[in-house]
Design a protein. Structure first.
Length: 161
């Protein structure tokens, strides 16, 4: 018996996640997208994994530039999440009017995020319609003082006070 794709989508919507924006830069070209498929996989060496659609513009720039950035979003960044989730099309500059900052590699990070991870690409693995990008964290910063942006069943959620 094969699993229907819509059944899997509905099932996976029951998994609450944090929200990140994965960014990439190759020369003067930069792009980013909202991603919830993100996880830490090792502390020594420090490795993280993001899963992106194989043909995504951000995936192309990760390959070309050899790295990526992860901004873990704060609860106040819903609109920014929406912009990078596709409200601004792939072909346009999603960074327009968005304040950014950089760490060691010069990768753009979304200002106001809870945390930033600056990653050098160490591996890419095909997985169905997506590719898994493994990055070695070369720099990181946490910004305490805010709650995370959470996503559950197609809507943003808040932590209980």
């Amino acid at each position: 018996m094969s699993l229907n794709a819509e059944t899997l989508r509905q099932t996976m919507r029951q998994w609450a996640t944090g929200v990140t924006i994965v960014t990439a830069r190759a020369g003067e070209r930069r792009h980013g997208m909202t991603v919830s498929s993100f996880t830490s996989i090792s502390l020594d060496p420090p490795l993280v994994l993001v899963s992106l659609a194989r043909e995504a513009r951000t995936a192309e720039l990760i390959r070309l530039g050899g790295g990526f950035g992860v901004t873990i979003l704060a609860e106040t960044q819903r609109e920014t999440s929406d912009i990078f989730a596709g409200r601004v099309p792939d072909s346009e500059d999603r960074f327009g009017g968005i304040a950014t900052e950089t760490l060691a590699s010069g990768m753009p990070f979304i200002q106001g995020g809870l945390a930033y991870l600056d990653c050098r690409l160490v591996a890419e693995h095909p997985a169905g319609t997506s590719n898994l990008f493994i990055g070695q964290v070369i720099d990181a910063r946490a910004n305490a003082g805010s709650n995370p942006l959470l996503y559950f069943n197609r809507t943003y959620k808040d932590l209980c006070p």
